[in-house]
Write a protein that binds this ligand. Structure first.
Ligand code: AMP
Ligand code: ZN
Length: 402
């Protein structure tokens, strides 16, 4: 390990270096090349290919494993040719998602990254996928026109296909998960509800947003005015905010999100027979998205009130993950949190859409932080981690101090 340690130490003191990043935790095969120059990261290029799971109706882990095995070397070879990357012109640091995620998918990317690390004699960092989502808003890149970076401590709502959590980040390694989901993730629930309503394809949350946006203002206002806490409405439809029934404490011991009931409600619903099918679909699509996001905002508000003593220094709020690219959610969070924090001037950070969903740039951005601030790299023996709680970032094996 000494040779690897020495290479890595030398790099820390360089002002300018290049980072190759790989992400393969689920069904996206992503590669990025970043330049780090005097503390500023710029994105040279990034590519992403997604397994088409339309026919299967969801990601099947063995299919995703096969996809990455088929894809990674081929995709990297094209990317390397495009950027003249070779043994004579190699990046200085390799960052690759180590977990959490599907073990087969992760191992395809990680084994490939280890091979590059050995062949090029360059340090490897096994990055936590969620840390990537959480840190992406710190990307200081002129190319991607992101706004000013959030400053620690900041609050981040990570809302994706696999995770939904509200996290307080006090430093690169100090994270407190204030709210987590008790069942499925928000994106997963949106995708499943949309499929149940007849939508087909990948990223159904995005399709649902486009569909709801296409409704007329009159329809939106009409649907918004219809209350669904009981069936006493023209649609005979009941969908209430989770965690708000009388049996739930207003400020619970543990604040949690819950999304499973949205799917069971949609699946078990039968509309009145006189109702036109298309009109019912419009109504359900609108209500599912609206009430799901009301629930997200509602639990955020409860958490902010419960943990107010921890949040005194927070001025920045970040929204990240695929669902966080939804404009309605962004607006709802911004409007209600401005009210919640009253006199404080909050800054909201909405990474651009391509950075919200899974990508390799975020893995590079988080890897650079681990490298420069924590002065850590990974041992070549690291293996994928299927479940890796965010607050155990440094508790897993394989970290090597520089
Ligand atoms: P991620 O897991 O971060 O890659 O994000 C993928 C998830 O985000 C999937 O569940 C998508 O359906 C969801 N998603 C992507 N774009 C949107 C959008 N505009 N509105 C709602 N959900 C979205
Ligand atoms: Zn993700």
């Amino acid at each position: 390990m000494i040779w690897r340690g020495r290479t890595a130490v030398q790099l820390v003191f360089r002002r300018s270096y290049r980072v190759l990043a790989i992400e393969s935790s689920c069904d996206d095969a992503c590669i990025a090349l970043l330049n780090r120059n005097n503390g500023t990261t710029t994105v040279v290029d990034h590519v992403k290919l997604t397994l088409n799971s339309t026919a299967a109706g969801g990601v099947i882990p063995t299919e995703a494993h096969g996809f990455h095995q088929y894809q990674i070397a081929k995709q990297a070879s094209q990317f390397f040719k495009k950027h003249g990357i070779s043994g004579e012109n190699k990046p200085d640091l390799i960052c690759c998602t180590r977990g959490p995620g599907m073990v087969g998918s992760l191992s395809a990317g990680l084994q490939f990254a280890k091979g590059l690390s050995v062949a090029w004699d360059k340090p490897l960092i096994g990055v936590h996928h969620m840390l990537g989502h959480l840190m992406i808003a710190t990307l200081n890149s002129e190319d991607l026109k992101t706004h000013s970076s959030p400053k620690f401590p900041f609050l981040s709502l990570l809302c994706s296909g696999g995770h939904t959590m509200l996290v307080l980040l006090e430093s690169i390694q100090k994270h407190t998960v204030l709210v987590n989901t008790v069942d499925i993730a928000c994106g997963d629930a949106l995708d499943k509800c949309a499929r149940s309503l007849g939508f087909r394809g990948n990223m159904l949350g995005k399709e649902l947003e486009a569909f709801v946006d296409s409704l007329t203002e009159e329809e939106k206002n009409q649907f918004l005015a219809i209350k669904t806490h009981s069936r006493d409405n023209p649609f005979n439809f009941q969908l209430s905010l989770p965690m708000r029934s009388p049996k739930h404490a207003k400020i619970p011991d543990v604040v949690q999100f819950s999304f499973a009931s949205f799917l069971s409600t949609i699946d078990s619903y039968s509309p009145p027979s006189r109702m036109e099918k298309d009109f019912v679909t419009k109504f359900l699509a609108f209500k599912v998205q609206q009430i799901m996001f009301e629930h997200v905002v509602d639990r955020m508000k409860v958490a902010i009130s419960k943990y107010s003593s921890l949040l005194g220094e927070v001025n920045d709020i970040v929204l990240s993950g695929g669902v966080a690219s939804n404009k309605t959610l962004r607006k709802m969070v911004e409007n209600s949190l401005h009210k919640e924090f009253k006199q404080r001037s909050l800054k909201f950070h909405f990474p651009e859409v391509s950075l919200c969903t899974d990508n390799a740039i975020m893995i590079g951005v988080a890897g650079i932080q681990i490298y420069e601030n924590l002065k850590l790299v990974s041992d070549l023996s690291i293996t994928p981690i299927r479940k890796w709680p965010l607050d155990e970032l440094l508790k897993v094996d394989g970290w090597v101090s520089l």
